[in-house]
Design a binder for this molecule. Structure first.
Ligand code: ADP
Length: 539
């Protein structure tokens, strides 16, 4: 019996229930049969790399007569160009033998046929010992088809990734470019609403306004998700005091909650974490926004607690809940639960954005929910992200009650004609005095007229050389007082991340600007500068 058949017979011997009723001769015969009909080409070599056994499949695969291979070096099955390297591999394998699979992933493992042609091979090696002598059994397979399938799969994946990136780029560009006209339409609608002579026109314009708001929300969400997916967003990590974020969220959502009769509870949180402040706020905004959107009555609560080493932020609501079989899917883009009767209130991108942001920031999200009872979203912040104290104060964009102050004078710098005219018209109708300029050089004319209490409203991207923020800071330097400013940007997260230090007395608003938000910011800045004037007067 050859070395390999004795090895196989040995294996069969262990299978005692099978072997009990067989003689050694029968076992030997079965083993021979198994070896011959194996779908793999089987070769056994000794420690010197000489072939000591080859089955019949070797003939099919390599075109050699098995008996003529016995006593030949294994090199005969290896392409000449790979032989020197193979010799080295074999001797190091013999020194440290073990079961090993080769060729499943190695792209350059090839075998040579008798006619010299080559094929990609997959080889499984199993060493064994007979009478103190080491042998290696090799099962060899032609991997041509598998390689082809693999290559096709890789090509298909690369193509799918390329198409996905192209889709994200298209969405980012399209939604970004649509922001300017959207801004104009939004402002013109608000201006028309102010001047509409009769009730019917007002109702029509209000409905149009709601459709415009829906479109603006969709545009913002599309832009956010496409930027996140295309990898265009690099988190800017700093220490963030969670209570500051919580308070901002409360002031952002309390009027919505009040108007819907929902009790919004935001519990104080004494922790600071290391994260990207803008992205982190955006994540919680989406969660709280959903909690309010999908709750008709009762409570929405934001709280925090420690669990093991992790800090957990909990957003819970007493809303409509999510069916258990839908929980997996709600993080998919454009997926919305089809709740009978409940109207579709979003665009299905909020949780996809939450998922991407959580991934970027190293946070984990878990949702539990009971239909009709409410939903709990837990945001797990790992211990390594907790910091003892925030190292610097954060710029708080808390919104003030939107009071209109007819005496505040506004100076607008906006390079897009449509947006400039619409903004001017809207703010005039709101009772403000307003002057405008279409460029930084034109804005120089403001310099002599600007006084404390005036507010500059500027687009962030003014031209190739200047940002609205640089213009504001330059005006401040030359005027020697802290001129209040409102900076508008179509890419607010990037602008906020680029700020090295907080800019006092300045509001940053996203384009297309929400008209109520713009009025709120103007009112807040005028209140702040009036109380500063009073302080100066008292001193
Ligand atoms: P949308 O813009 O539709 O709110 P999201 O991606 O934020 O999109 O959420 C996906 C879906 O998950 C929603 O359409 C809604 O059906 C469900 N959902 C999310 N949050 C809640 C919640 N707090 N309560 C009930 N359903 C929710």
């Amino acid at each position: 019996m050859s070395a390999s058949t004795s090895h196989a017979a040995g294996l069969l011997r262990f299978s005692s229930s099978f072997c009990q009723h067989l003689t050694m001769d029968q076992i030997s015969e079965i083993t021979q049969h198994l070896l011959r009909s194996s779908p793999d080409a089987l070769v056994v070599v000794d420690a010197d790399g000489m072939i000591r056994f080859a089955n019949e499949t070797v003939a099919e695969l390599f075109g050699h007569v098995p008996d003529q291979l016995i006593g030949q070096p294994l090199d005969i099955l290896i392409p000449a160009r790979l032989r020197p390297r193979h010799g080295h591999h074999l001797s190091s394998y013999i020194r440290n033998p073990g079961n090993r699979e080769m060729g499943a992933r190695i792209a350059d493992l090839f075998a040579a046929r008798a006619d010299g042609s080559e094929f990609p091979a997959g080889i499984r090696l199993a060493p064994f010992n007979v009478g103190g002598e080491v042998f290696v059994a090799a099962a060899i397979r032609d991997m041509t088809e598998r390689r082809l399938i693999n290559e096709e799969l890789i090509l298909a994946r690369t193509e799918a990734e390329r198409a996905n990136r192209a889709k994200s780029r298209f969405l980012a560009t399209a939604s970004h470019d649509l922001r300017q006209p959207m801004q104009t339409i939004r402002l013109l609608n608000a201006a028309l609403l102010r001047t509409a002579p009769d009730r019917t026109s007002q109702e029509l314009l209000t409905q149009q306004g709601q459709a415009i708001e829906g479109m603006a929300r969709l545009l913002n969400a599309l832009l956010d998700i496409s930027r996140l997916e295309s990898g265009a967003i690099e988190p800017s990590i700093g220490d963030v005091a969670l209570n500051t974020v919580f308070l901002e969220l409360r002031s952002e959502f309390e009027s919505i909650a009040r108007s819907r009769g929902i009790d919004l509870q935001v519990e104080p949180c004494g922790f600071a974490i290391s994260t990207d402040r803008t992205l982190f706020s955006q994540l919680l905004q989406n969660l709280l926004g959903n909690a309010l959107k999908y709750t008709d009555q009762g409570t929405v609560r934001l709280s925090s607690y420690l669990d093991g080493g992790s800090l957990i932020l909990l957003v819970e609501d007493s809303g409509i809940g999510i069916p258990a079989d839908k929980l997996e899917r709600i993080f998919d883009e454009y997926y919305q639960v089809d709740t009978h009767g409940a109207k579709r209130m979003g665009v299905g991108l909020g949780l996809a954005i939450v998922k991407e942001v959580a991934r970027l920031l190293g946070l984990t999200i878990r949702i539990t929910s009971v239909v009709g009872d409410g939903t709990q979203v837990r945001l797990y912040i790992p211990e390594r992200l907790l910091v003892a104290q925030p190292t610097h104060a954060v710029n708080s964009p808390a919104t003030a009650a939107g009071c209109v102050d007819g005496t505040t004078r506004l100076f607008l710098v906006e390079d897009n004609d449509g947006v400039r005219l619409a903004t001017e018209m809207f703010l005039k109708l709101e009772g403000y005095e307003i002057s405008s300029a279409g460029s930084v050089s034109e804005a120089q004319k403001f310099l002599e007229r600007l006084q404390p209490g005036n507010i500059v409203i500027a687009d962030y991207h003014l031209d190739a050389h200047n940002t609205g923020l640089e213009l504001l800071l330059d005006l401040r330097r030359r005027l020697h007082f802290e001129l209040p400013g409102i900076i508008l940007s179509g890419d607010l997260p990037t602008v906020l991340r680029s700020l090295k230090v907080p800019v006092e007395n300045c509001k940053f608003l996203s384009k297309p600007v929400d008209t109520a938000e713009l009025l709120g910011a103007i009112a807040e800045l005028s209140v702040a500068s009036r109380s500063e004037d009073q302080d100066r007067g008292a001193a």
